[in-house]
Design a binder for this molecule. Sequence first.
Ligand code: NDP
Ligand code: 3PG
Length: 488
Amino acid sequence: MFQDIKENNQYKNLINGQWVVSDNKLTIHSPIDGSEVGKIQAMSKEEVNEAVEGAKKAYPIWAAKSVSERADILHKAAGLLEERVDAIADVLANEIAKDLGGAKSEVIRTVDFMRFTADEGKRIQGETLQGDGFHGFSKDKLAFVTREPVGVVLAISPFNYPVNLSASKIAPALMAGNSVVFKPPTQGSISALHLAKVFQDAGLPDGVLNTVTGKGSDIGDFIIQHEAIDLINFTGSSGVGKHISDVTSMVPTIMELGGKDAAIVLEDADMEHAANNIVKGAFSYSGQRCTALKRVLVLESIADQLVELITQGVSQLKVGSPFDHATITPLINEQAADFVQELIDDAIEKGATLKLGNKRDKNLLYPTVFDHVTTDMRIAWEEPFGPVLPIIRVQSIDEAIAIANASEYGLQSSIFTNDIDDAFHIARLLEVGTVQINNKTERGPDHFPFLGVKASGMGTQGIRYSIEAMSRPKAIVVNLRARSDQEG
Ligand SMILES: NC(=O)C1=CN([C@@H]2O[C@H](COP(=O)(O)OP(=O)(O)OC[C@H]3O[C@@H](n4cnc5c(N)ncnc54)[C@H](OP(=O)(O)O)[C@@H]3O)[C@@H](O)[C@H]2O)C=CC1
Ligand SMILES: O=C(O)[C@H](O)COP(=O)(O)O
């Protein structure tokens, strides 16, 4: 079922309905053992240009389709993806070292996402407005407001969800009537190209989805500044996000960026429930999630108990290969592991109490827990994107809120308490996109709004929010001739 997309383990790009090769290639190595997963095309700027121009040419054809025709294709694509779950999950596990269970969930969640998006797209309606609501205007002025596509959407996704965070841009963009140029993460491209194939097999017209592979550092600036791109939907690091914002001009941009999500644990919390959630929230996929819990702020009076429960939970996490269903698997590459190690070394040097971990085998980092972390340590503020959890003891709720808000990031926060009044009071004060009460931080369910404030992003995603963010209102205003017999 995937013959078209590869030849001799070289994966091609989908451009205007054809799977094509470039002169230069990049080799994708598995983070598990360095073995070759396959080669992808390192596209030239001329080829990238062809992909963008192709999407621009295909746009009117797709925009002219009825919403129900678009939904039919998305439903068909979802069905095909469902048939290919196991095959694609295998590629994901090998390419980004996501545990097989997590990899399957990523693909199944994507199937559900696409179906929901197809249905939601059909429900999105415009509105009619009457002028006399504004002083000085009459009821003979009527606006028919419809939602229009924006044109060519550039979708750029990160390595940690190469299928799901790609489809969560592509599917709503398509339902809104846009064509899409899709730049997957280099490490993750192979999984992502399988997703593109599903859309093609479902009957998406040629050029409506074109893929662009190659290093972001080589072709990124060319594509984000291409004049035919009408909107950029980016998920990735805050550094690249800021760069995109610096070098583009007058192009609407939606960004989901990094995070430093805090779990605030109050004295009356259910400790076991809090600890279980914290362990899962911090360590699933080795902490390589923007919504991973990346610090715990706990009141001193209950800290000993919570630290022991967390340490106990983390000590039971399975470390090893994604194919053995380990939770802690090798990080995406050695540089990522080096960075996490720097944060660990800094914390040890500045006196944090190491409860567990600080053990490493190349890019496989064992889960690491620190107690007594203080605000002069880098781990209190920086996003490790790896399996390390700092616990900061606080003297008061106000101190917890102040430390939570002092972060440059503002994605999500968790509060664990049995007092709903306290929970709401604190939630209102936290400078984040979403607050989870008595649960780990997480993006789903996917029809909820997902957004970050400060350095964590701009714009809002989530199925309906994404369709709206990648479309615009258009008003056609009718000015009826006044009838003298009805005036007044
Ligand atoms: N808030 C959220 O929803 C999420 C945030 N993230 C954040 O992403 C980071 C990890 O993901 P990672 O993939 O390493 O992030 P990066 O920012 O390194 O890369 C993200 C994407 O941007 C591309 N890219 C790189 N440079 C450019 C450029 N100049 N122009 C255009 N595109 C470019 C990359 O391509 P290439 O791979 O070729 O370099 C990749 O496709 C973490 O900081 C994490 O917090 C991750 C997931 C979700
Ligand atoms: O990119 C991320 O890391 C995700 O958007 C987080 O999604 P999750 O909370 O479902 O893992």
